[in-house]
Design a protein around this ligand. Structure first.
Ligand code: NAD
Length: 484
C-alpha cells in the first residue's frame, strides 16, 4: 500500500522508566509469525537507559519498601487494571506471538490473578524466643532492586510470576521481555505507569545485550530469569561475579508415562493437549510419551487421530486450534529435529512437514518407532512434534526418564492412582502430576531440578525468593553480649 508505514498500522508502545515514557533512540522490527513479516516496531534500550532504569528503581526502593499497606493496595489496583485491559493485551500478544485467541487470552488473567494472590499473602515475622532474657525474631526483608528477564512463549504471564512477588515483598523491578514478543509487556508498563509510584516497575526492551547489561549492572541484588538453559547458565555465571541471587526457570523435556491400565479413548484428548497447548511452546508440557509395548500401536493411533482432527490455521480465526510457531529459529529447530528423526528411521504417524503458506506453520506431528538417544526424544523440541517411545518394564522407563539432564515436570497416566503416585514420586522433577500435566496455580511452587533451573516461583516460596532473612535480637537482660 503506497505510503502505508508500519508505524501507522501499529503504534509503538514505549519503555517505562521512572514512571514515564522513555525516549526511543533506536528500534527493531517485530514479526507477526502468522505472516512472517514485520508488523510493528519496538524500542531498543540504550545502555544509558538501562542505567536510568536502575537509578529510578533504586531511588523508589526505600519508599516502596516502607509502606506495606500501599504495596498491597497498589497490587490490587494493578490487578484490576490488567483485568480491564485483558482484551487489548490479548490482541497485541496474539499478533506478536502467533498465539490463537484462546491461548493468548490465557495470560492477562494469569497476571491479574497472581497480583491479587500476592497482594493477599502474609509475610509474617517468626518469633523464635520471647522470654525474660530476649525477644528473637526472624524477619523476611526485601532484597532491593531486582532485574527480571522473560522469554517469548508466555510473555505477560511469566512476567507476573516475577513482578507480583517481587513488588509484594518490597523490591523494585527492572524487567526486559524477549525481543520476539516485546509489545504486550511494554503495553503493560504503560498501563501500570499511572498506578505504581515512579521507578517501582521499569520496563525496558531490546535483545540479549540488554539482558546482559541488566545482569552485569551493579544495582540489582537479584536476577530472576526465565528462558533457555544456555541463557540461564550465562546469567548464573555473570550474576555469580557480583554474588547476585538468582532464580532460574529454564527448559524442560517432560515425560508422560502411560501405565498398561489406561483407557486410551478417554485420555487421548487430554494427553494430546498437555503436549500441544500453545503449539507445544511452553516449558512444562509433555515433550515425550512412554507407552507399554502392548498398548503402543493403539496409543500412537489415538494421539495421531486427535492430531489429524486439529484445526491449524490463521490464529485470528476463532475456529483455529493451533496457529504458527512463534519464531523462525523455533520453527527451524522443530522441523530440523523431526527431519533428523525421520531420516534415522522413525516414522511420522501424522504430520512431519511444514505447511506451505507464509508464516511459521507446522503440522501437528506424532512420531513413532523412535528411541531414546534420538535428539527429538532427548532434547527440548518446544513445538508441535511429539515422540512416542515403547517400554517393556516401568522401572526401566522411570530410569530412562530420569537419565535426562532436564528435571522440570513429569506425569503418570493410569486408572490406579495410588500406583501412579508411587511411580510419579520416583521421577526426578520439580512437579509431578497424575492423569494431568502442566496444571499451574499461584499457590503451588513451580521450578526445575538439574538443568531445568534453580529455585521456585509461586506460592509463599516464590515470595520468599524475593526476600532475605534478618535475625532481630532484643536483649532483655543486662545490656551487653549474651550467650546461647
Ligand atoms: P532465551 O534464553 O533465548 O531468552 C530468554 C530471555 O533472556 C530473552 O529476553 C533474551 O533476550 C534474554 N537473554 C538471552 N541471553 C541472555 C544473557 N546471556 N543474559 C541476559 N539475558 C539474556 O529463551 P527463549 O528462547 O526466549 O525461551 C524459550 C526457553 O524458555 C525454552 O527453553 C523454555 O523451556 C524456557 N522456559 C522455561 C520456563 C520455566 O518456567 N521453566 C517457562 C517458559 C519458558
Amino acid at each position: 500500500m503506497p505510503g502505508h508505514t508500519i508505524a501507522e498500522e501499529f503504534p509503538m508502545p514505549t519503555q517505562t522508566i521512572n514512571g514515564r515514557s522513555a525516549a526511543t533512540f533506536s528500534e527493531f522490527d517485530v514479526i507477526n509469525p502468522a505472516t512472517g513479516a514485520p508488523f510493528a516496531k519496538a524500542p531498543s534500550a540504550s545502555k544509558a537507559q538501562v542505567d536510568e532504569a536502575f537509578e529510578a528503581a533504586l531511588a523508589a526502593y526505600p519508599g516502596w519498601r516502607a509502606d506495606e499497606g500501599l504495596r498491597r493496595a497498589k497490587l490490587l489496583e494493578a490487578s484490576a487494571a490488567i483485568a480491564e485491559a485483558a482484551g487489548e493485551l490479548t490482541g497485541i500478544l496474539a499478533e506478536e506471538s502467533g498465539k490463537t485467541t484462546q491461548f493468548a487470552a490465557f495470560e492477562a488473567p494469569v497476571a491479574a490473578g497472581w497480583l491479587g494472590y500476592y497482594a493477599g499473602l502474609e509475610l509474617s515475622r517468626e518469633v523464635l524466643q520471647d522470654d525474660e532474657k530476649a525477644r528473637v525474631e526472624v524477619v523476611r526483608r526485601p532484597l532491593g532492586v531486582v532485574g527480571a528477564i522473560t522469554p517469548w512463549n508466555m510473555p505477560i504471564g511469566l512476567a507476573f510470576f516475577k513482578i507480583a512477588p517481587a513488588l509484594r515483598a518490597g523490591n523494585t523491578v527492572v524487567l526486559k521481555p524477549s525481543p520476539f514478543t516485546p509489545l504486550s509487556t511494554l503495553r503493560v508498563g504503560e498501563i501500570l505507569r499511572d498506578i505504581l509510584p515512579p521507578g517501582v516497575l521499569n520496563i525496558v526492551s531490546g535483545g540479549d545485550d540488554v539482558g546482559r547489561w541488566i545482569v552485569e549492572h551493579p544495582v540489582p541484588r537479584k536476577i530472576s530469569f526465565t528462558g533457555s538453559v544456555a541463557g540461564g547458565t550465562a546469567v548464573n555465571v555473570a550474576a555469580a561475579a557480583d554474588l547476585k541471587r538468582v532464580t532460574l526457570e529454564l527448559g524442560g523435556n517432560d515425560a508422560a508415562i502411560l501405565l498398561e491400565d489406561v483407557d486410551l479413548t478417554e485420555i487421548a484428548p487430554g494427553l494430546f493437549w498437555s503436549a500441544f497447548f500453545n503449539n507445544g511452546q511452553a516449558c512444562a508440557l509433555i515433550k515425550r510419551v512412554y507407552v507399554p509395548r502392548a498398548l503402543y500401536a493403539d496409543a500412537v493411533e489415538a494421539l495421531a487421530d486427535v492430531a489429524r482432527g486439529t484445526v491449524v490455521g490463521d490464529p485470528a480465526d476463532p475456529a483455529t486450534q493451533l496457529g504458527p510457531l512463534a519464531t523462525l529459529p523455533q520453527f527451524e529447530s522443530v522441523s530440523g529435529l523431526v527431519d533428523h528423526a525421520l531420516a534415522g528411521g522413525a516414522k511420522a504417524a501424522t504430520g512431519g512437514t511444514r505447511i506451505d503458506r507464509p508464516g511459521y506453520f507446522y503440522e501437528p506431528t506424532i512420531v513413532c518407532d523412535i528411541e531414546d538417544g534420538t535428539p527429538l526424544v532427548d532434547e527440548e523440541q518446544f513445538g508441535p512434534a511429539l515422540p512416542i517411545i515403547a517400554y517393556d518394564d516401568v522401572d526401566d522407563a522411570v530410569s530412562r526418564v530420569n537419565r535426562s539432564t532436564f528435571g522440570l515436570g513429569g506425569s503418570v497416566w493410569t486408572a490406579d492412582v495410588e500406583r501412579g503416585q508411587d511411580i510419579a514420586e520416583r521421577l526426578d522433577v520439580g512437579t509431578t502430576w497424575i492423569n494431568t500435566h502442566a496444571s499451574l496455580a499461584p499457590t503451588v511452587p513451580f521450578g526445575g531440578l538439574k538443568h531445568s533451573g534453580l529455585g521456585v516461583e509461586n506460592g509463599p516460596w516464590g515470595l520468599y525468593a524475593y526476600t532475605e532473612l534478618q535475625a532481630v535480637h532484643v536483649n532483655r537482660g543486662v545490656p551487653g553480649p549474651t550467650a546461647g
